[in-house]
Design a protein. Structure first.
Lengths: 208, 225
């Protein structure tokens, strides 16, 4: 098991996809050098669509209308956060004089949603298997909940890192205020999205 | 015609770094995939046959057939999840790369299972109890899983996100692999069953619960079978 060989394998920083379906994933998640509202909205919509696949997999436990119901609720909660939380965050960031424009913030949100959607869509097949075959409802709920929590944590982490990077050129006070706002936004996101999923998704305790 | 390339078996065991690089670079994946598929089928079938020896008779071919099916089904279901996990943590590999890596890792694990099959057979031959055989088989699977994980870690390299990506791969494969194996049980056959069914339809909790019960029984915490 030579250590040198491992070091030669391309790391995250050096990997550049050249062709194949990896390019689609790269485009969905990477920064756009010339961002535009339409492109970022499309990216977010793709992320929400991918998240709906996971929702449909969750609904397989009950079947029938529950598939459509779960497929709608999973992305709807993220949409609610976009509508209620992000404009408020933008106003507060502007108050702190953080050098982050509306399009920058929209792009960060879109990339975070795209990453979340991609992970949720990838987990759909394993979750569908567990939903259909798990003997215990608690096991099924735990698996579904774990997928949602993991994807949500990934999205928040990605958003946080990008927000911190964008504010890195500002003065110390602005950076500190931006970090505080990021913490507040994360808490709001967890409470809002968690409340919607918890109350509406039958799988995790709500009523379908 | 893409066929089985026996020379790749040595590479799978001795040069996991080279095999993982080949997957990431998408070089000559067809023979690697074909050889890996054949290795998974043969290695798991032999291990399954040995597990089925506990009851003998028709349980031997049943277990020999079900083991590779469970492994390949788990890999197929995990493929999109591995693709997504790699992409969101900074490695936007193609699905070809992810599938090739999964097959190569599965083949490496199957070769380890093949190596451990005689040990398990000896345990069964020495009148090993049901729970002891079950725990031994699970330990063999765990050891094989570590061999597979090593190959995947070489592919992930040392860049940022490699640890969390590997942890995600392991978590997803444990859940899916455990569930596919659980669906296709029994492999050993409960001693209390006069005739071992092809598939168990009664509710028995889950794979983790069953393994914990057997582990307790082996160390004498619970009642002995």
């Amino acid at each position: 098991m030579d250590a040198d060989a491992a070091a030669e394998i391309p790391s995250t920083a050096t990997f550049e996809p050249v062709e194949g379906d990896g390019v689609g994933a790269h485009r969905l998640l990477a920064h756009d050098p010339s961002p535009a509202w339409q492109a970022e909205a499309l990216r977010a919509a793709r992320g929400l669509g991918l998240a709906a696949i996971f929702g449909a997999a969750l609904g397989l436990r009950e079947g029938g209308v529950a598939i459509v119901h779960h497929a709608a609720v999973v992305p709807a909660a993220i949409g609610a956060l976009l509508g209620l939380g992000v404009p408020a965050l933008h106003i507060l960031l502007a108050l702190t004089a953080a050098p982050i424009g509306a399009l920058d913030l929209g792009g960060m949100c879109a990339r975070a949603i795209a990453a979340m959607g991609m992970l949720l869509a990838g987990l759909s097949a394993p979750i569908a298997l567990l939903m259909v075959t798990a003997e215990s409802p608690a096991s099924a709920a735990a698996a579904g909940g774990a997928g949602l929590v993991a994807a949500g944590a990934l999205a928040l982490r990605r958003f946080w890192v990008e927000l911190s990077d964008a504010a890195s050129g500002a003065d110390a006070r602005t950076r500190a205020l931006t970090s505080m706002l990021a913490i507040g936004f994360s808490g709001f996101a967890v409470l809002l999205v968690g409340r919607i999923w918890w109350n509406v998704l039958a799988l995790v305790g709500g009523a379908s | 015609v893409i066929g089985f390339d026996a020379s790749l078996l040595g590479a799978l065991l001795r040069e996991p770094g080279e095999v993982s690089r080949r997957c990431v670079d998408e070089r000559d994946l067809a023979p690697l995939a074909a050889t890996s598929l054949g290795t998974i089928a043969c290695g798991c079938a032999v291990f399954g046959a040995v597990v089925g020896c506990f009851r003998g008779g028709t349980q031997i071919p049943f277990a020999a057939l079900k083991m590779p099916v469970a492994r390949l089904a788990a890999l197929a279901i995990c493929g999109p999840a591995f693709h997504a996990l790699a992409a969101v943590f900074g490695r936007p590999w193609s699905l070809r790369t992810v599938v090739a890596l999964g097959l190569a890792a599965g083949a490496r694990a199957s070769l380890v299972l093949l190596a451990l099959a005689p040990v398990l057979w000896l345990v069964i031959d020495r009148n090993g109890r049901y729970d002891a055989v079950k725990v031994c088989a699970a330990l063999a699977y765990a050891f094989a899983g570590l061999a597979a994980l090593w190959l995947v870690l070489r592919a992930l390299g040392r860049g940022s996100g490699s640890t969390i990506t590997a942890a995600g791969f392991v978590a997803v494969f444990l859940a899916v692999g455990g569930q596919t194996a659980w669906i296709l049980r029994p492999y050993i056959g409960e001693p209390s069953d006069a005739v071992v069914p092809l598939f168990v339809s009664r509710q028995e909790g889950g794979v983790a619960d069953a393994l914990a019960r057997s582990a307790r029984a082996v160390v004498g915490v619970s009642e002995r079978r």
